[in-house]
Structures are given as structure tokens and as C-alpha cells.
Write a protein that binds this ligand. Structure first.
Ligand code: C2E
Ligand code: MG
Ligand code: MG
Ligand code: MG
Length: 280
């Protein structure tokens, strides 16, 4: 894209790239190369962050978040990794790695009397692959995991064409019938959230961290968040607030009858073992 733009401006493609551009392209191609290596060797890993019911204090679910530190490219945050993987298609391999790891973790926890619902992240766009639901269900069965222990958090940042939409709805309904729950992630920031929340088999809404963190700033924001919570609940969604960091935020959300919270105030993303200790 960079080269094309430069050419459109009439420049010579190579010389017009700044050293910043080169650095960015270099890092990106290094990440792509190392990612293949890391996926082969299962060098990615997962951290789990609790989602806590505000009225009971019970940890109803944990969210699995991918982590990757490579010997050559260093720490690659999900914010850097996921867009690259979405672009080059490796997001499917990451998704399968996450699912496999989570299934094994659930089985391990179950065998020791810990019964926990685990959510994994995926982009609605991944469901463009018309075999997505089928391969997810195969993988779940292969790992003898109970589908009702799984939630899929979906986000969508772009508009989808009608045809893609139909395939996505069909596949999500199929997964939902098999017992998997869905949550709409980053609610309030994505594309056409209102449209998707009624069309798709979604049971929870996760209000985006940026919105939650502005809760103490203006009265208008407070009213809006209160309205979002009431709105979600009146449509029978479970409402989860993301990125809760302070007691003040927590108490406001409690007063607004928010169902669940997830954030540093209750627990950072943790290694599985660390989470077990934390739960005790
Ligand atoms: P998300 O799904 O909205 O996940 C919540 C993010 O907020 C996580 O960042 C989490 O560490 C962070 N967070 C939680 N509580 C707090 C808080 O109180 N304060 C602050 N400042 N941050 C908080 P993380 O792990 O860096 O992930 C970023 C995003 O990358 C995720 O946002 C998700 O969209 C994506 N992601 C992460 N893991 C995966 C994955 O395995 N697959 C896919 N497709 N996407 C993933
Ligand atoms: Mg999420
Ligand atoms: Mg989110
Ligand atoms: Mg997010």
C-alpha cells in the first residue's frame, strides 16, 4: 500500500519510503516469519482475566488473552499481533491454538473440581470462512471439551457485506445451538453494534474500556453509561463493564446495576496457576 501511494504521488517507490516506513515493514515481516515458528512450537501462551459478578462476587467467567514473547522480535502485544495475523490469515492458526489450549485448560480444571466458563476472542470477520463453525466444533470434540464451558467474544470494526453476514449468522447460530455462548466485545465502539446485537445469538454485552474509563469524567458520560446498562438489561443481555480500574468506577457501576465487571481492580490477566491461587 505504501509503495502504491508513493507511486500515485509520482515518486520513485523505494527512495520515497522513510526510514520509519522501512522499520515498520521490517518489524512486520519479522513478526510474520517468527509467528510461523512460534505457532509450530506452541510458543504463544494464554493469560486469564476474571469476570466478576457484581452482586454475588462470584467469578463467573475468565477471559483468555494471548501473550507472545519472541527471542528475536521481543514482546508482541495482541494489539500489534492480531491486526497482522488478520491481514495475513494466520489469525485462524492463532484461533485454533487458543481454542486447543483453552479446551485442555478447562479439562485440567474440571479434573480438579474447578468449573469455569472461559471466553476466547475472535473477530466477526473470522466467520467469513464458511467452515469456521465446523472446524471449531471438530476441535472442541477432539479435545472432549464441553461447549457450554465456552464463550466467544466477538468484535467487529468494519461493515460486512450481506453475503458474509448471512454465513456468519448461520455459523454463530450453529455454535450457539451446540452450547457455546457469545458476547459482543468493545460494545459502544464497533461498527453497527445495535444491528448485530439483535441479529446474532449474543447473550452478553461488554462495554468498552474507553467508555468505562470516562465514567468519572462528565455527568453526561455517566448518564450515557447508565442508559447503556439499562438498555442492555432490558433486552435481557448480561452487561459486563471492561477495564474497571478504580473503586470509584466500581461503585458507580454497582449503583447502575451493572451485572459484571472485568478490570485491574478485581484482577489482572494471570497465568492459569496464578489464577487458581487467586480464586482460592
Ligand atoms: P479485549 O478482548 O477487549 O480484552 C481486554 C483487554 O483489556 C486486554 O488487553 C486486557 O489485558 C485489558 N484490560 C483488562 N482490564 C484492564 C484495565 O483495568 N485497565 C486496562 N488499561 N486494560 C485492561 P490485551 O490482552 O492487550 O488484549 C487487547 C485486545 O487484543 C483484546 O481486547 C482482544 O480484542 C485482542 N486479543 C487478545 N487476545 C486475543 C486472542 O487470543 N485472539 C484474538 N482474536 N484477539 C485477541
Ligand atoms: Mg475480549
Ligand atoms: Mg473488549
Ligand atoms: Mg479491545
Amino acid at each position: 500500500v505504501t509503495i502504491k501511494k508513493v507511486k500515485e504521488r509520482g515518486g520513485s517507490a523505494i527512495s520515497a519510503l522513510t526510514s520509519d516506513d522501512h522499520e515498520r515493514l521490517n518489524r512486520k515481516s519479522m513478526i510474520e516469519k517468527r509467528l510461523i515458528h512460534a505457532l509450530d512450537r506452541h510458543n504463544l501462551h494464554l493469560m486469564y482475566q476474571p469476570q466478576v459478578n457484581l452482586s454475588t462476587g462470584i467469578v463467573e467467567r475468565v477471559e483468555a488473552l494471548v501473550r507472545w514473547e519472541d527471542s528475536e522480535v521481543g514482546i508482541v502485544t495482541p494489539e500489534e499481533l492480531i491486526p497482522i495475523a488478520e491481514e495475513n490469515g494466520m489469525i485462524h492458526e492463532i484461533g485454533m491454538f487458543v481454542l486447543e489450549t483453552v479446551c485442555a485448560q478447562i479439562k485440567d480444571w474440571n479434573s480438579r473440581g474447578i468449573h469455569m466458563n472461559v471466553s476466547i476472542n475472535s473477530s466477526i470477520r473470522e466467520f467469513r470462512d464458511k467452515d469456521m463453525a465446523k472446524s471449531l466444533l471438530e476441535q472442541i470434540q477432539l479435545n472432549s471439551c464441553d461447549p457450554s464451558a465456552l464463550t466467544i467474544e466477538i468484535t467487529e470494526k468494519f461493515a460486512l457485506e450481506a453475503e458474509a453476514e448471512r454465513s456468519i449468522i448461520k455459523q454463530m447460530k450453529q455454535l450457539n445451538q451446540a452450547g457455546i455462548s457469545f458476547a459482543l466485545d468493545d460494545f459502544g465502539t464497533g461498527y453497527a453494534s445495535f444491528r448485530y446485537m439483535l441479529m446474532l445469538p449474543i447473550s452478553s454485552l461488554k462495554i468498552d474500556r474507553a467508555i468505562i474509563q470516562s465514567i468519572t469524567k462528565q455527568e453526561k458520560m455517566q448518564k450515557m453509561i447508565k442508559g447503556m446498562i439499562q438498555f442492555g438489561k432490558s433486552l435481557d443481555f448480561q452487561v459486563v463493564a471492561e477495564g474497571v480500574e478504580t473503586n470509584e468506577q466500581l461503585e458507580l457501576l454497582r449503583a447502575m446495576n451493572c451485572d459484571m465487571i472485568q478490570g485491574f481492580i478485581t484482577g489482572h490477566p494471570m497465568e492459569a496457576k496464578e489464577l487458581e491461587k487467586w480464586l482460592n
